[in-house]
Design a protein around this ligand. Structure first.
Ligand SMILES: *[C@@H]1O[C@H](CO)[C@@H](O)[C@H](O)[C@H]1NC(C)=O
Ligand SMILES: *[C@@H]1O[C@H](CO)[C@@H](O)[C@H](O)[C@H]1NC(C)=O
Ligand SMILES: *[C@@H]1O[C@H](CO)[C@@H](O)[C@H](O)[C@H]1NC(C)=O
Ligand SMILES: *[C@@H]1O[C@H](CO)[C@@H](O)[C@H](O)[C@H]1NC(C)=O
Length: 508
């Protein structure tokens, strides 16, 4: 606003004309800017001043069905109208993007407070330090998003991408002042599917002249699911490189399986893979360095039960993600709805496997803080969620949706999008065994782009923070040393660094 007035004042119009313009501009400004009703004015558990404007509410993506997506929008703490606008998506499928907000890169650190409301402290490494960021619960049925027609809970990649595109178009109608900011997408885990499929919808929309025109620039994916074969083949080299299996077993599995660890074609290969699984089965899949509370017989039995249950509504393609054949406990969690791990595993009893497809908790995770805070009546009111009669409770990851992975491999999406000049960062916490870096490194390399920045260390705070390889067409692969599946949760400072560098187009 002040910039516009300044320009007007410098123009040679008369004073009255100038004042009329101010009145007119004020009108436009009021009529076309962030909805005041969405403004978050206070947050239970937080005593200070919220460091930038926060907005939250719903966008209806389908009027006839009453399908509504919930967003929480954090305005940049730096330069709101210049900094990039980033959409953040957690994966699952079925996990709420409050995972990112609460545990990864949101404006607050949440301190556990017994069973009481957590205490919120400012997060010095919040991604809102350098960007505007929208946390979106997607698809409908996840987090606080819902549909009045429950048939919408049967969904998949294609429908999700279309809905999220609709969300963005309608969101910009509410917040048109952010239309000129560079737009980026980001997400982790199963958002390795959400992000490129959404990018594809956005680009199709831009090509077709859909209004408003999105100023789309690129995207970031962390430990993202990408391709059944690359991701499926990633585990064996990862376990060997990390010292989790012996040289002997590695050599045997390589020769028995002939490099195909994904779909064992012989019994002897399957047997070797089962031994690999057995060796790593006690580890925390989301960060092999972290402790894990699991491994009881009951747990294994429950999982086996789950997998053989006819009630299991997971699509077969999804079941195959990272599969080796024998569903041992650690690996089966890959098929669970909850990929993200709570790093700080605290009072650590494995929750009983709750009612099938109602609330699924995953061992090694602790979502207490998020669950306590987001189910508090005053918090829900403060962040403008639907009434409890509409969305009864918030779950980190829901079993409510039936989700079909219906877009196959993401490799062609990445090829097409990078060829069109969109900037892409594929980053990976190198201690994640859920979507190991070995898969992401291999598929990015497989695109065959010229290496323009050969594998080297990158640094943060004068320390090696990981490794990177830069390719032609603005594609970068980057690891974060010592981080697990949900990178900013483990390495917040390093994460803010690579995030900032990517958004600014700076070298890592
Ligand atoms: C906020 O202030 C109240 C009252 O002064 C106090 O009881 C509470 O502990 C404070 N909370 C935090 C997070 O500092
Ligand atoms: C829900 O949507 C389905 C699919 O569009 C439709 O057939 C059905 O009639 C809708 N149900 C209600 C109650 O509107
Ligand atoms: C990529 O582009 C090619 C050529 O335009 C097209 O045939 C293909 O369908 C595209 N693939 C995806 C996944 O968008
Ligand atoms: C990479 O991105 C920069 C900044 O957006 C752009 O100027 C440049 O043309 C891009 N390079 C390629 C090869 O697409």
């Amino acid at each position: 606003m002040s910039i516009i007035i300044f320009i007007m004042a410098k123009s040679s119009f008369g004073v009255i004309f100038f004042l009329l313009h101010i009145i007119f501009l004020s009108y436009v400004f009021i009529a076309h800017s962030a909805p005041e009703s969405a403004l978050v004015t206070h947050l239970p558990g937080f005593n200070g001043t919220i460091p930038s404007k926060h907005y939250a509410g719903y966008v209806t993506v389908d009027e006839s069905h009453g399908r509504n997506l919930y967003y929480y929008f954090v305005v940049s703490e730096s330069k709101p109208f210049e900094d990039p606008l980033v959409l953040w998506l957690n994966g699952g499928p079925g996990c709420s993007s409050f995972d990112g907000f609460i545990y990864e890169h949101g404006p607050f650190n949440f301190e556990k407070n017994g069973g009481n409301l957590p205490k919120l402290h400012l997060n010095p490494y919040s991604w809102s330090k350098v960007s505007n960021i929208i946390y979106l619960d997607s698809p409908a049925g996840v987090g606080f998003s819902y549909s009045k027609n429950e048939s919408d809970y049967q969904t998949g990649d294609k429908k999700t991408a279309i809905d999220t595109h609709t969300f963005l178009l309608k969101w910009f109608e509410l917040y048109p002042e952010f239309l000129r900011n560079p737009l980026y997408l980001s997400g982790e885990s199963y958002a390795g599917i959400y992000v490129p499929t959404l990018a594809n919808e956005i680009v199709k929309g831009i090509d077709a002249g859909v209004k408003p025109t999105l100023n789309f620039k690129g995207y970031m994916v962390g430990n993202g699911v990408t391709d059944e074969v690359f991701d499926g083949n990633a585990l064996v080299p990862f376990t060997h490189g990390m010292g989790l299996i012996s040289d002997d077993l590695y050599q045997e599995v390589v020769s028995e399986c002939d490099g195909n660890f994904y779909k064992p074609l012989s019994q002897s290969c399957a047997d070797k893979l089962a031994k690999v699984d057995e060796d790593v089965s006690g580890l925390n899949i989301y960060d092999i360095l972290e402790p894990c509370y699991h491994g009881t017989t009951t747990w294994k039995m429950k999982v086996t039960e789950l997998l053989s249950s006819s009630n299991l509504r997971l699509p077969s393609s999804f079941l195959k993600l990272g599969e080796t054949q024998r569903p041992l406990p650690v690996r089966t969690r890959m098929f669970g709805r909850a990929w993200p791990l709570r790093a700080n595993v605290r009072d650590g009893i494995v929750p009983t496997w709750p009612q099938l497809l109602q609330t699924i908790h995953v061992a090694c995770t602790d979502d207490d803080i998020a669950t306590t805070w987001l189910n508090d009546k005053l918090v829900r009111k403060a962040i403008h969620t639907a009434e409890e009669s509409v969305v009864s409770s918030w779950e980190l990851c829901t079993g409510k949706i039936e989700y079909n992975h219906d877009t196959g491999s993401m490799i062609n999406y990445h090829k097409n999008l990078t060829s069109r000049g969109y900037r892409v960062l594929i980053y990976s916490g190198d201690h994640d065994m859920c979507v190991p870096y070995t898969g992401s490194e291999a598929w990015t390399r497989s695109l065959g782009y010229k290496i323009i920045d050969e594998w080297r260390a990158w640094t943060s705070n004068d320390q090696v923070a990981g490794f990177t390889q830069g390719y032609d067409k603005n594609l970068t692969f980057l690891t974060i040393k010592g981080a697990g599946h949900t990178v900013p949760e483990y390495k917040p400072q390093e994460s803010l660094d690579f995030y900032k560098r990517f958004l600014n187009g700076m070298p890592f």
